[in-house]
Design a protein around this ligand. Structure first.
Ligand code: GUN
Length: 295
């Protein structure tokens, strides 16, 4: 068996084209455009690359974006002041603080200061809580992107064994909850899991977000498993690779996402999606919260 390669880059492009149409419609009908503000603290090279990508995406679809670059020594108070100003600005519909933040900044206080209505990353506790009850305003972008990839390929998770490797707040935990909402049987594995293969072998769908290059090898999966690789790792030679031994596992899987070009572009597309949704909500064109199943 050789897996069908899920082309996240192409699917994200389709999503951006749809968003661009919605943005133009909004500009014509209401004379406004969605606005996204991105705060970048310090000069972490990976964060700089991600942020520039997000700003370029906004430009492509006609979303107005503002990049606020702050020095690494910025104080917590100053950062909170910046967020307050963006919360109060009606032209800003989405606020994203790029993570990680420097050690002297208390991340949770920063994320909780962002208005729930503008929390397009979905990291505010209110949005995190909304995931648990099945109502949310903004699902976090990476899990949402994974869900969209599966939907696009017609892969139904209902009643299937989904194994998620990685229990981060950004990917593993919210994704597990979103999949449960769709009636998947979900197992979360993490750093302390003993004998990972014992779990991955049971997966109909395996999602890997561990940040460990080559963690998943062919012997760890059943023939026909759907494999979604969320990992983005930079090798010493500069190449980007995922958490899955792509060449080996593709011989056995039914579907597989490449890295780069799989989940990454979808994460970025879902940020645009959440931003236009936020702007549409201010126009009363969208309900105040969504059933995840309807997204
Ligand atoms: N750093 C790594 N991934 C993300 C993300 O999805 N959002 C933010 N804000 N920071 C990140």
């Amino acid at each position: 068996m050789s897996a069908r390669i899920i082309d996240g880059k192409a699917i994200a492009k389709e999503i951006r084209a749809e968003i661009k149409q919605r943005v133009e419609q909004m500009a014509v009908r209401h004379g406004m455009r969605p606005g996204l503000a991105v705060i970048l603290v310090g000069k972490d090279p990976a964060s700089e690359v991600y942020v520039r990508g997000k700003i370029a995406d906004c430009k492509e679809v006609g979303i107005q974006s503002e990049l606020i670059e702050l020095p690494v020594e910025v104080t917590q108070a100053e950062l909170l002041r910046r967020i307050d100003a963006l919360n109060a600005d009606p032209a800003v519909h989405g606020i994203l603080v790029q993570l990680p933040l420097p050690g002297h900044i208390e991340m949770r206080s920063i994320l909780e200061r962002i208005s729930v209505e503008k929390d397009v990353d979905g990291f505010h506790l209110y949005n995190v809580g909304g995931l648990i009850t099945g109502d949310t305003i903004f699902p976090p972008c990476t899990p949402y992107g994974v869900q969209k990839l599966l939907d696009h390929e017609g892969i139904d998770v209902e009643g299937r064994n989904v194994v998620v490797v990685g229990a981060s707040n950004i990917v593993g935990k919210p994704l597990a909850v979103m999949l449960m909402q769709k009636d998947a049987t979900v197992c979360i594995c993490h750093k302390k899991t003993r004998d990972l293969a014992q779990f991955t072998i049971l997966a109909d769908i395996l999602v890997v977000a561990a940040g460990v290059p080559g963690l998943i090898v062919p012997q760890m999966i059943r023939t026909g498993t759907v494999v979604i690789d969320v990992g983005i790792n930079r090798l010493p030679d500069g190449r980007i690779t995922g958490d899955v031994d792509f060449e080996g596992v593709r011989q056995k899987a039914s579907y597989i996402t490449p890295v780069p070009g799989g989940v990454g572009p979808m994460t970025r597309a879902m940020l645009l999606h959440n931003t236009i949704l936020s702007a549409e909500r201010t126009l009363g064109e969208r309900p105040k919260s969504f059933k995840l199943s309807a997204l």
